[in-house]
Design a protein around this ligand. Sequence first.
Ligand code: IMP
Length: 448
Amino acid sequence: MIATGNLAVLGAQWGDEGKGKVVDLLSPAFAVVARSQGGHNAGHTVVVDGDEFILHLIPSGILHPGVTCVIGNGVVVDPAALFAEIDQLHARGLDTAGRLLVSSRAHVILPYHRDIEAAAEDRLGAQRIGTTSRGIGPSYEDKAGRCGVRIGDLADARPGGRLAALIEANVAERNRTVAGPALDWRAVLEDAAGVWPRLSPLVADTSRYLHDTLEARRPVLFEGAQGTMLDIDHGTYPYVTSSNATIGGVCTGLGVGPRALDGVLGIVKAYTTRVGEGPFPTELDEPLAERLREWGREYGASTGRPRRCGWFDAVGVRYAVRVNGMTALAMTKLDVLDNLDELRICTGYRRGGRVLIDPPATIGELAACEPVYETMPGWAGRGRTAGVTDERDLPAAARAYLARLEALGGAPVAIISTGSDRGETIVRPDSPIGRWLAACVPAGEHTR
Ligand code: IMP
């Protein structure tokens, strides 16, 4: 264990920034990796020696046998999805026994949540959110509505008990609002309670566990899901997910205080993507979007949907740095830009006669904004970044691009990812956070 403090890793765009790879890279230096929000809507891709793992619910730290993983109270858990993920890891030789904990306070996703979500998206028609259809939003709605089922509730399925009453009422509500065949609440109850024997060994008071871990000075990595622009408060509401993907979500979603956080690492892609509907100021037209999508394999890790692609949006990243207090950035997928002659960076949003330096609050205002671009030379034909592990080997234009993004983003870039494999990474030791992160990465992990 080498990390000398606790680190939060958060997305600074619309998710899919490459958090999985960065968390995987840093995990060996931490005792615990903890997830605080979201559910199996997330798709964290990790490539180990050419072998691809996609994790949705379980923190990416699980790929390292010495790391314990925590699914916190702020996460919404679909037990079937959790078991499928555990089974998949087992099938590939990774044992999770004894090192995966689920909060008894986490809310459960039940089949009626998916039905309610599908009906809501149908009703919205052209205004639909374009969700991942996993039941995430309705499960959080029940949580806020104080009628949600929590993991701990699954222990007691007695007739007339709390779980039975909750499910009976929630299914009745679902049957009132969703067209088609009605659900039988007794069957839902039986299925929900049926997961308990397998789930119960994992269930814990994870806030207490984290407290004890922190007291013992064992380092914790807090793994975010989605990204700042998908945050329910700070994102492009209503085209957002239903949880706080920003820094506050780490504390509320795990039951830890803010002083537990020694650093906040923001993950940014060297360009921008978004999956689902909603405003996206720097979105590219086809065919350039299509080329980026192909080079970057920009298809949703959870749903397979093609991601919308656009230029780097420094307005959004600067905002994410501010909202989360990010102390450093990790820049991913620089190599995807290797074939471009010219790059654009959005430095402001023009609205009427004014240039805004912050994203406006409403989607109407955001949709009326025109990105203000700065153009920089690309490095096509003048070197490549793919697989580079020493910054001095990057083409000069790539170094200039990074320096500009860093200046506009407002936080130092400590990690540069030049490919999907663990080894295809540059960890910069030239800043305090960079030195700290470099020390976190075991020798040999970031060099070929
Ligand atoms: P939900 O989280 O399934 O409710 O979807 C709400 C919005 O968040 C949709 O635009 C989704 O595409 C987006 N979203 C949710 N999770 C992720 C993610 O992990 N990466 C990128 N987009 C996501």
